[in-house]
Design a protein around this ligand. Structure first.
Ligand SMILES: *Cc1c(COP(=O)(O)O)cnc(C)c1O
Length: 381
């Protein structure tokens, strides 16, 4: 039986044409019409319906991690500074802070969205005040964070938010797109994300000077001169014109992909409806619109009669179906041992009991039959 993946790339029909055009016109570099076109597509997608002032601008980069790294550099984060980061996330959020030699203080999740807890954030800011140079919340699995509450707390201390929207393209909060709340925001187009360029990312901001700076830094920080002249350290982080062609094609199907992922989520909810002990990461109210990039559940072994998240994961795995525990909180990772943490350790309990189910937008009815047959045997329904 074929493997059912957690989230695999799902190409549309236009990607190949854009890539072919890059070949045909010899734009095989981190420069060219696909890069510009892809940036414009993202900016207009995110900017649609936006009520805040300032147009959204985008710099296409080699990864979401690179986008976060440049955001920190542009804000001047350096060794000795403190950055407050949601602990419940992927290492792509935290690694760039460590690249800069800054210290991470970890912030817990809150129970509704599973994202950064505004109260724990306030406690950390109250302790470290002006030592804090940036705050990084994450919209996990596509679920928007409580941005209003987080922004209110951040504003009290005048600390900028860098929004990690790597998993949340197509999600929105109070009718504004995720990726437009931060001083700067990071997107990812890695192979498993809701749309992909095989690998890639973008930095987004309503401040054009940040985006110009990101483009400059991502192409080795070359000064204006006929020869190569450098007065700053740069990076080789720009997206290539070939992969940007894939991105342009993917932008045409983004809304469809969101609808497909949300339909998956609904299917799982219907299936688990009558099974005690299973709960979902759920939009708290109509302010929150998740792309449901991954459908994430919590399994309470007391209510399931002893079935744990590992029982479920291993049963799926035995039938060649991939599922994955929720992110292991970064403050529990060996690389961040001994780091400070603010909160009630909710994210540790989410990690212990949580599982991401296969959520690709290209899952077929037959594949869902297989998934539900395995789960049905396990839960005896
Ligand atoms: C994927 C991801 C990133 C990093 O993106 P890459 O493009 O893989 O570098 C950062 N943060 C989160 C939460 C992610 O899921």
């Amino acid at each position: 039986m074929n493997k059912i993946w957690l989230s695999s790339p799902h190409l549309g029909t236009a990607e190949y044409d854009y890539v072919k055009e890059a070949f045909d016109t010899n734009w095989i570099s981190p420069l060219g019409p696909n890069v510009n076109g892809f940036e414009d597509d993202i900016s207009s997608f995110l900017g649609t319906g936006r009520k805040l002032s300032g147009d959204i601008k985008t710099a296409a980069l080699s990864s979401g991690t690179a986008a976060l790294h440049l955001a920190l550099i542009i804000l001047g984060v350096e060794a000795g500074d403190i950055v407050l980061v949601q602990s419940f996330t992927f290492c792509g959020t935290t690694n760039p802070v460590t690249y800069q030699g800054a210290k991470i203080v970890f912030i817990d999740s809150e129970p509704e969205t599973w994202n950064m807890c505004p109260d724990a954030l306030a406690q950390a800011l109250n302790k470290y005040k002006e030592k804090v140079k940036a705050i990084i919340p994450v919209h996990l699995y596509g679920m928007p964070s409580k941005m209003k509450e987080l922004q209110d707390v951040a504003d009290r201390y005048d600390v900028p938010i860098i929004e990690d929207a790597a998993e949340a393209l197509g999600s929105s909060y109070k009718n504004m797109a995720c990726g437009t709340f931060g001083e700067m925001s990071a997107l990812s187009f890695n192979g498993n994300k809701i749309i992909t360029t095989s690998g890639g990312g973008a930095l987004v901001s309503a401040k054009p000077e940040y985006i110009e700076k990101a483009r400059f830094l991502s192409t080795q920080a070359r000064d204006q001169a006929p020869h190569y002249q450098h007065s700053q350290i740069g990076y080789n982080y720009r997206m290539s014109n070939i992969v940007a062609g894939i991105g342009r094609g993917q932008m045409k199907v983004l809304n469809e992909r969101v609808a497909q992922r949300r339909a998956n989520n609904k299917r799982y909810r219907n299936f688990f409806n009558s099974i005690p002990g299973i709960s979902f990461q759920t939009e708290p109210n109509n302010d929150f619109f998740s792309n449901y990039w991954l459908t994430a559940i919590l399994i309470d072994p007391v209510l399931t009669g002893g079935i744990t998240r590992e029982t479920v994961r291993l049963a799926l795995n035995a039938d060649n179906i991939e599922s994955r525990p929720l992110w292991k909180p970064m403050h529990l990772q060996p690389i961040y041992e001994g780091s400070e943490f603010f909160g009630t350790r909710l994210c540790e309990r989410l990690f212990e009991n949580g599982l991401c189910l296969p959520s690709g937008s290209n899952l077929t009815d037959e594949e869902f039959d297989r998934i539900f047959s395995t789960l049905g045997k396990l839960f005896k329904v």
